[in-house]
Design a protein around this ligand. Structure first.
Ligand code: PBG
Ligand code: ZN
Length: 331
């Protein structure tokens, strides 16, 4: 027998496999998320996310300095409201002295253009009911939320953020934010839109970290299903991505990542914009939990997951694994 076609010829050695590899992950593509406390100095563990902490400004700057040395040049900042600061409209979200604007100022003062600073724009960490928009008559209202979100994005831009990233899933928010930024002379600030953001149980650990779970108390919806997408839908992701692009988004994001690789492929196939994926908290924590028990090989699983994202078509990967992946040379 004469077998002519032998794909195994290209797999004979590590060097050969590296030579013909169709996809690679580079440090430049990775974005490290951070949970910012409104404190000069603080450090708090997050029990459901081993290896990730909430940081005060001093600790954040030192962590980012170490991460830059590893090659992580982009960060995505989430803020926590101070105690007693939450209200029904999330008023503190646009405070210039909030956790995020102060963290942005501290990072920009230290690292300037060497670091891309992205900020999450959403009300849920600042509303007392934990929803991403304001509530009227037991319903999360769309249009009254837009002005608040735009004000929050503006506060981040004033602080020096390079990229603002709305994660609220209100209709028309990219348009509202773009207009607000442009009207205030921030026409060069980038918008990375969480375009296809699904209502997902994979956000559980994040909501502990950011103290942003919907309260579900009287007249407050218990989930985000009236604004985040339904996991059964694929065409709807194209619709959301198309709208965000038309409204002026510069980068489109798909979230979560692993259960939505088809959506990454779908969105990257329809746009000329860069596509980002958010490898979310639950995806991270599941890997961590299984690795802690010795049930999986963490470096190899993380490598495989990150490669899956680029193979699906993402060119930006937001992941809590970024630091360890580079430290351990897992890629
Ligand atoms: C806030 C927000 C969430 C995440 C990013 N921004 C949580 C949510 O929508 O409930 C999830 C990130 C993660 O799970 O790592 N709107
Ligand atoms: Zn939110």
């Amino acid at each position: 027998m004469n077998i002519q076609h032998r794909p195994r010829r290209l797999r004979r050695s590590a060097v050969l496999r590296d030579l013909v590899a169709e996809n690679r992950v580079h440090a430049n593509q990775l974005v490290m998320p951070h949970f910012c406390l409104n404190e000069e100095s603080a450090r708090e563990a997050i029990s459901s996310m081993p290896g990730i902490e909430r940081l005060g400004r001093k600790e954040l700057v030192e962590q980012v300095r170490a991460d830059l040395a590893l090659g992580i040049r982009s960060v995505l900042l989430f803020g926590l409201a101070g105690s007693g600061e939450k209200d029904a409209a999330g008023t503190k979200c646009s405070d210039d002295d909030g956790a995020v604007p102060l963290a942005v100022r501290a990072l920009k003062a230290e690292f300037g253009a060497d670091l891309v600073v992205m900020t999450d724009v959403c009300l849920c960490a600042y509303t007392d009911h934990g929803h991403c928009g304001v509530i009227e008559n037991g319903e999360v209202k769309n249009d009254p939320s837009l002005e608040l979100l735009a004000g929050m994005a503006l506060a981040h831009a004033r602080a020096g953020a390079d990229v603002v990233s709305p994660s609220d899933m209100m209709d028309g928010r990219v348009d509202a934010i773009r207009e607000k930024l442009d009207d205030n002379g921030f026409e060069n600030i980038t918008i990375m839109a969480y375009s296809a953001k699904y209502a997902s149980a994979y956000y559980g650990p994040f909501r502990d970290a950011a103290d942003s779970a919907p309260s579900g108390s009287a007249n407050v919806p218990k989930d985000r299903k009236t604004y985040q997408m339904d996991s059964r839908n694929r065409w709807e992701a194209r619709r959301e991505a198309g709208l965000d692009e038309a409204e002026g988004a510069d980068i489109l994001m798909v979230k979560p990542g692993l259960a939505y690789l088809d959506i990454i492929a779908e969105v990257s196939g329809m746009t000329n914009l860069p596509v980002a994926v958010y490898n979310v908290s639950g995806e991270y924590s599941m890997v961590k939990a299984a690795a802690e028990r010795g049930w999986i090989n963490e470096p190899e699983v993380v490598r495989e997951n990150l490669h899956a994202f680029v193979r699906a078509g993402a060119n930006i990967i937001i992941t809590y694994h970024a630091r360890e992946a580079l430290q351990g040379d897992w890629l």
